[in-house]
Design a protein around this ligand. Structure first.
Ligand code: KIV
Ligand code: ZN
Length: 386
């Protein structure tokens, strides 16, 4: 792994599956896991094995199936969780245990009725115990986004001392501003003793719609792993969307940060996850939404027909979408109508187009969108064709 490579840790099957009412069975999880491996993610978080026999089985089956990618299981900083995760991961070629504990003042007080000293000790013991089963141990400091930086640095030092090689800094509640999250990562890079032995990981939730921006600030400030889900699915407002962070890095090469993701697979896996989970993707969703490459206003259509780059910053083929769509509505202009008419077999002269366009506007005012069949009807019933 080069210094500029950002590892993509996919948690669609663990944090993503925490969407209320969206349960995947083991078979569906295996199909998604296989496609995640084909997509090129570096880590698949397959589940939380102690949480249920079904989750255990899924992690075990995914561990058997996956050939080149790290398979990870989540645990709390609890011995039995760690033992069960190690058991579920025993067939994995590259197993990782992801263990951790809440570190913010509110988690320490209300969840654990504990104190900072005891949390430091539990962090150390959990990582040490996980290390007795697998080499690759990731530690998470839950609610790191709202954890005091000085204490967070001490927790990270403890985890490194016990052998953690990845330190996950979750903005569990999606509270941080990008500048704040970036500064937190920078602070840890500069103040945690032994940080050269570990990589920092961003795990940002989207409660304020800032998950992608926060993850990008995180890697700009030195983190080298992003935890994310396909379509940004997850509890509440979801997790960082994999397709968004990957394309931000790809479209901004001057950042000098890359990933191993094969981006032409993005659209297909987005559809697969959406269908398997029964979660409809909003049409204006960045990168994979139905309208992400659709142009409907006359000015934009005219520009895109002349040159795609006028209104598109991504080539749709780069994310697996066959082509941009020119959608005909009452806001469309002559250029769009001529373009779509040509696609269904009519080469219109300028005079013919003027006449057909008048007919088109009457039609389009009655309908949300004009389809290919409508185009035939509009042209055949125009004066020039009678
Ligand atoms: O959001 C979070 O803090 C988490 C941890 C359990 C990693 O998902
Ligand atoms: Zn999370």
């Amino acid at each position: 792994m080069s210094d500029n490579n950002v590892q993509i840790f996919d948690t669609t099957l663990r944090d993503g599956e925490q969407v209320p009412g969206c349960k995947l069975n083991t078979k569906q999880k295996l199909v998604i896991a296989e496609q995640l491996e084909n997509l090129g993610v570096d880590v698949i978080e397959a589940g939380f094995p102690v949480s249920s026999p079904g989750d255990f089985k899924s992690v075990e089956e995914i561990s058997k199936l996956i050939k080149h990618t790290t398979v990870c299981g989540l645990t709390r900083a609890v011995e039995n969780d760690i033992k069960v995760a190690a058991e579920a991961l025993k067939y994995a070629k590259y197993p990782r245990i992801h263990t951790g504990i809440g570190t913010s003042a509110s988690h320490i007080k209300y969840k654990f009725n504990s104190n900072q000293g005891a949390i430091l000790e539990r962090a150390f013991e959990a990582v040490k115990f996980a290390k007795s089963f697998v080499e690759d141990v990731e530690f998470y400091a839950e609610d790191a986004g709202r954890t005091d930086n000085e204490f967070l640095a001490r927790v990270c030092e403890m985890a490194i001392k016990a052998g953690a090689t990845v330190l996950n800094i979750p903005d569990t509640t999606g509270y941080c501003l990008p500048s704040e999250y970036g500064a937190k990562i920078k602070y840890l890079k500069e103040n945690v003793k032994g940080i050269e032995k570990a990589i920092l990981s961003c795990h940002c939730h989207n409660d304020l719609g800032l998950a992608t921006a926060n993850s990008i600030e995180g890697v700009i400030n030195g983190a080298r792993q992003i935890e994310c889900t396909i379509n940004g699915i997850g509890e509440r407002a979801g997790n960082t969307a994999l397709e968004e962070v990957v394309m931000v890095l790809k479209q901004h090469p001057y950042l000098n940060l890359d990933t191993n993701i094969k981006t032409p697979h993005l659209y297909g896996i987005s559809q697969l996850v959406s269908e398997s989970m029964g979660i409809y993707t909003q049409p204006n969703k960045a990168i994979v939404g139905a309208n992400a490459f659709a142009h409907s206003s006359g000015i934009h259509q005219d520009g895109v027909i002349k040159n795609r780059a006028t209104y598109e910053i991504i080539d749709p083929k780069d994310v697996g979408v066959t082509e941009s769509a020119i959608v005909l509505t009452a806001r469309s202009g002559r250029a769009a109508l001529a373009y779509r008419a040509k696609n269904v077999g009519y080469e219109l002269t300028k005079l013919q187009l003027d006449d057909v366009y008048a007919n088109f506007l009457d039609f389009a005012d009655q309908k949300k969108e004009i389809n290919d069949q409508d185009i035939h009807q509009i042209i055949e019933t125009s004066k020039v064709y009678q």
